[in-house]
Design a protein around this ligand. Sequence first.
Ligand SMILES: CC(C)(COP(=O)(O)OP(=O)(O)OC[C@H]1O[C@@H](n2cnc3c(N)ncnc32)[C@H](O)[C@@H]1OP(=O)(O)O)[C@@H](O)C(=O)NCCC(=O)NCCS
Length: 216
Amino acid sequence: MCERKDSFHIRPLETSDLPALCDLMEEAKVSIGSLNSKPAYYAICRDALLNDKVVIVVAEKGKHLAGYVVAIVDCKSYWINFPFRHPISFLSVIFHRLAGKVFTKRDIKKHIEITEDAQPKEISKTPSGRIWRQSSSEIAKIANIHVFNDYRRMGIGRELYKSLFRLLAKRGIKRVDAITALYNNRSVGLHLSTGWKMERTKNNFFATTDITEPNQ
Ligand SMILES: CC(C)(COP(=O)(O)OP(=O)(O)OC[C@H]1O[C@@H](n2cnc3c(N)ncnc32)[C@H](O)[C@@H]1OP(=O)(O)O)[C@@H](O)C(=O)NCCC(=O)NCCS
C-alpha cells in the first residue's frame, strides 16, 4: 500500500526508517504508551516490522519523514508482554526513569481549566459505553500520531489515519480508540474532523471510531 497526496507519500514503516524516525521522536519528545526514550522507540518500531500487534504508518515529504501514526492492537497483552520481548529496552527505560532523565508527562491539566462551555460542541454528551481500558484482538489504540512542526496543516494527519484504518481493517480490527489531552486543540480538531466520536472523561477526551469497511 502506498499513496500520494499532494507531494507527500504515505506508507507502512520500513526498516530503513528506524534511525531517522527514532531521532525525530526523540527530538519531539514524543510519548508512546507513556514511554519516551530512544530504546523504547526502537523496540516499538521493531515490533511494527515483526509483530502484527503494532502498526506504524509514516508520511514522507521529499526525502524527509514528515509524520507517523502508531497503533497497537490488543494493547493490554502487548504491554504485558513488552518486558519479556524487549528485556534490554525495558531495563533501559527503567534505568532512565530511575535516573530521572525520562519521565511520563502526566496530564498538564493544571494548566488548563476547560469549562463545559469552552468544549467543542461536537463533544458527545451520550456515553458510548466504551472505555480506554477495554482491550481485545479487534480493538486498536492509537499510541501516538505526530506530524512534525514544518509539515502541519497540510492534510498529513488526516491521510495517516486513512491509511492506518485501511491496514487495520485488513487485519480484522473493528474499533479504534484514542486519548487526547484536554488542552490539545490540534488533536481534538483532527479527531473531530475525521469523524471520531469524542467524549469528555475526567482527565482527557476519549475518542473512538468503528472501522467497518476495508476501504474506509
Ligand atoms: C494533531 C496533529 C497530528 C495534526 O496533524 P496535521 O497533519 O497538522 O493535521 P491535518 O493537516 O491533517 O488536519 C486535519 C484537520 O485537523 C484539524 N486540525 C489540525 N490542526 C489543527 C489546529 N492547529 N487547530 C484546530 N484544528 C486543527 C482541522 O480540522 C484539520 O482540517 P482542515 O485543515 O481542513 O481545517 C499535529 O498537529 C501534531 O502532530 N500535533 C502534535 C502531536 C499531537 O498532539 N498528537 C496527538 C496526540 S493524540
